[in-house]
Design a protein around this ligand. Structure first.
Ligand SMILES: [Zn+2]
Length: 172
C-alpha cells in the first residue's frame, strides 16, 4: 500500500467536510501512526486526516512547544472530536499550516476550549485547555470542517499572502 503524503492547498480534500469514524479499528490506528510520523517529519504541532488525503474526523497533536515558547502540547490522537465549549474573548495569534507552506496569518480564536473525542481504543475522553493546546485543537478541528486559516485571516493578512497563495495554487 502506498504511504500517505502531506496534502497541500489547493487539494480539494482540504475543503471537504470529513466523515465520522464508524469504528476505531486497526486501519484507524495505522492512519494515526502514519499521521504522527508525517507530523514529526514536517515539524508540525498538529495534523488532521484530510491533510494526508483521508476525509475522516481524526487529528493528532504533537509533543512540543509552540513557536513562541508556549506551553507544550501533549502527543494525542482525537477521533470524532467535538468542541463542546468555547469561552473567553477572541484572542489574536499568528498561525501557520503545514498545508499552506510559506503562509502565516493572525487568527482570532476563543482562548478556552473543551473538547470531547475518542482515543485509539475507542474510549471517550474530555479535555479543557486555556493554553496553546486550545488553539491547536481549534485549528485542527477546522480542517475536519474544510476550513483553513486563509478563511479566518483579516482582509489585510489575506492581501499580504495573496502572492504566496497564487504561487501555491499555480503549483497545484
Ligand atoms: Zn493546518
Amino acid at each position: 500500500m502506498p504511504r500517505r503524503e502531506l496534502v497541500t492547498h489547493p487539494h480539494p480534500v482540504l475543503r471537504r467536510k470529513a466523515a465520522p469514524v464508524a469504528r476505531v479499528d486497526a486501519s484507524i490506528r495505522d492512519l494515526v501512526a502514519e499521521m504522527f510520523e508525517i507530523m514529526a517529519a514536517e515539524e508540525g504541532i498538529g495534523l488532521a486526516a484530510p491533510q494526508v488525503g483521508e476525509s475522516l474526523r481524526v487529528f493528532v497533536t504533537g509533543e512540543r512547544a509552540g513557536d513562541e515558547g508556549e506551553a507544550p502540547v501533549p502527543a494525542r490522537a482525537f477521533i470524532n472530536p467535538v468542541l463542546t465549549a468555547m469561552e473567553g474573548e477572541l484572542a489574536p495569534h499568528e498561525e501557520g499550516c503545514l498545508s499552506l507552506p510559506g503562509i502565516r496569518g493572525t487568527i482570532r480564536r476563543p482562548p478556552k476550549v473543551t473538547i470531547e473525542a475518542m482515543d485509539l481504543e475507542g474510549k471517550p475522553f474530555t479535555l479543557t485547555s486555556d493554553a496553546f493546546c486550545a488553539r491547536v485543537w481549534q485549528h485542527e478541528f477546522d480542517h475536519l470542517e474544510g476550513i483553513m486559516i486563509i478563511d479566518r485571516m483579516s482582509t489585510l493578512d489575506r492581501i499580504r499572502v495573496r502572492k504566496a497563495l497564487k504561487e501555491l495554487e499555480a503549483d497545484g
